[in-house]
Design a protein around this ligand. Structure first.
Ligand SMILES: Nc1nc2c(ncn2[C@@H]2O[C@H](COP(=O)(O)OP(=O)(O)OP(=O)(O)O)[C@@H](O)[C@H]2O)c(=O)[nH]1
Ligand SMILES: [Mg+2]
Length: 447
């Protein structure tokens, strides 16, 4: 079913950086992502936020006028509305009103394909819904797909009271635990064969999936649509000198990504958090590229990744085919002046331009990437232990019969030293620390 709606774009301080038109376009893109037909879109300046209606009285009336005589079913207000504001606007306009969080949750609900994805989105939605128990809006009840967050019939929570929602949340959390336990086992299984992960992150629609296809020669869905990708995909990439790594494509980020969603997707994004190299894909041709970068950095921080730390993050400036030769030259100059710890690579995922240089950089970066080792060290070897703490990341340390069994992560420059000096062996998730210690001890006796 298609819906006609009016799009209300409002400015808040958080979005003051952004170009109004670009924000309005993005909001229209979000609506398009769930096949809404936008009848009207406008920017509504907000001098002072009204507790009851968010917008001023005049604006609310103006929109009443806009809606009159049109077959409008939904008004999207591209900001965060309180439940009361949402309800009051629905009354004033006699339509369903959706705020930015609600819209994004709705999109995610439609996109989730895996069980884990669906559970995560439903959980995020319920947490959002818990605070705003409003009766479902019956016009939209025959919505297909998704969870029908805008009022689908199969969803008990719409009609349910807080207690029922609470029970459902507990149920979902238990289901998620089960699904994640299985996934963790798979991941650990993969880890036994040491493989390195390169993860794609970036603003939604930046071209991550297109780049993924280009790098892996596969054919995952790439579309000019916000949040085309939701569930993570993992494929092998061949490196220039015969090596292999796994490339992970995942959900895109967006400004004001609902915190409930970031929390819900934390587990899915573990792959990214643990990746050896992170490619931050940017649509450098986008008028809002700068603001988008800030938003992506903010989400990375929420995930515990420091975007400024340098090292494993490589910036990819995508869509350079959209520039003329002079503009490209200018971009190249800007790129060349970047500090070496924050390199960036100019590519066109669409045409393949710049991909070889990017692959070479990934390979070089992976060569530096860290390795995890197990070792055993005499508990009285204070100098050795403190050297390890200074030069490696100590992931695990257990005292067993006067020796420490340690799991450490070191970068390539230190790997050989640790192997030689401490008889370290590649980390194995198969062995218990005790067995690992014995094995290391046995090794250390070998001359
Ligand atoms: N001109 C041009 N278009 C590109 C390039 N890379 C991607 N696109 C287009 O940008 C749009 C979005 O590409 P996707 O690869 O789906 O973007 P994404 O980052 O995976 O987006 P989400 O999964 O929605 O977050 C598609 O229409 C692509 O064809 C490029 O290098 N040049
Ligand atoms: Mg994608």
């Amino acid at each position: 079913m298609r819906m006609r709606r009016v799009e209300g774009e409002t400015q808040t301080t958080a979005s003051a950086l952004r170009d109004y038109e670009a924000r309005l376009d993005e909001a229209k893109g979000l609506a398009g992502a769930i096949d809404l037909e936008v009848a009207e879109a406008l920017v509504a300046p907000v001098g002072q936020i009204r507790p009851a209606t968010f917008l001023g009285k005049g604006k609310v009336e103006e929109i009443v006028g806009l809606l009159a005589g049109h077959d409008i079913e939904l008004v999207v207000v591209d900001c965060a509305l309180s439940p009361i504001q949402q309800r009051n606007l629905e009354k004033a306009w006699n339509t369903k009103v959706l705020d930015r969080t609600g819209l994004i949750l709705e999109i995610f609900g439609r996109r989730a394909k895996t069980k884990e994805g669906a559970l995560q989105v439903e959980l995020a939605h319920l947490n959002y819904q818990r605070s705003r128990l409003v009766r479902s809006w019956t016009h939209l009840e025959r919505q297909r797909g998704g969870f029908g967050f805008m009022g689908g019939p199969g969803e008990t929570q719409i009609e349910a009271d807080r207690r029922q929602i609470g029970e459902r949340i507990i149920h979902l959390e238990n289901e998620l635990k089960k699904v994640r336990a299985t996934r963790r086992l798979h991941r650990e299984g993969r880890k036994r064969v040491p493989y390195r992960v390169v993860a794609l992150v970036g603003y939604t629609n930046a071209g991550k999936s297109t780049l993924f296809n280009q790098l892996t020669r596969s054919d995952v869905q790439a579309a000019d649509m916000l949040f085309a990708t939701l569930d993570p995909t993992l494929r092998a990439i061949a490196l220039p000198h015969g090596g292999k790594a796994m490339l992970s494509d995942t959900v895109g980020f967006i400004s004001n990504l609902p915190t409930q969603l970031v929390a819900a997707f934390r587990a899915t994004l573990e792959e990214v958090m643990e990746a050896d190299v992170i490619l931050h894909v940017r649509d450098i041709s986008h008028e809002d590229a700068q603001a988008q970068q800030h938003d992506v950095d903010a989400v990375l921080r929420q995930l515990g990744i420091d975007p400024d730390a340098g090292g494993r993050i490589l910036e990819v400036w995508n869509k350079i085919d959209r520039f003329n030769p002079a503009e490209r030259e200018n971009l190249r100059n800007i790129a060349a002046r970047r500090p070496p710890e924050h390199p960036c690579f100019l590519v066109s995922a669409a045409t393949g331009e710049g991909i070889d240089a990017l692959l070479a950089a990934i390979e070089a970066r992976l060569a530096l990437a860290s390795t995890t080792l197990d070792l055993s060290i005499d508990a009285s070897d204070g100098a050795g232990i403190s050297w390890l703490h200074r030069n490696a990341e100590v992931l695990d340390k257990r005292l067993l019969d006067g020796r420490f069994a340690m799991t450490v992560r070191v970068d390539e420059t230190k790997r050989q030293i640790v192997v030689n000096r401490f008889a370290a062996v590649p980390h194995s998730t198969l062995t218990s620390p005790h067995v690992g210690a014995e094995r290391s001890e046995a090794r250390s006796r070998v001359p």
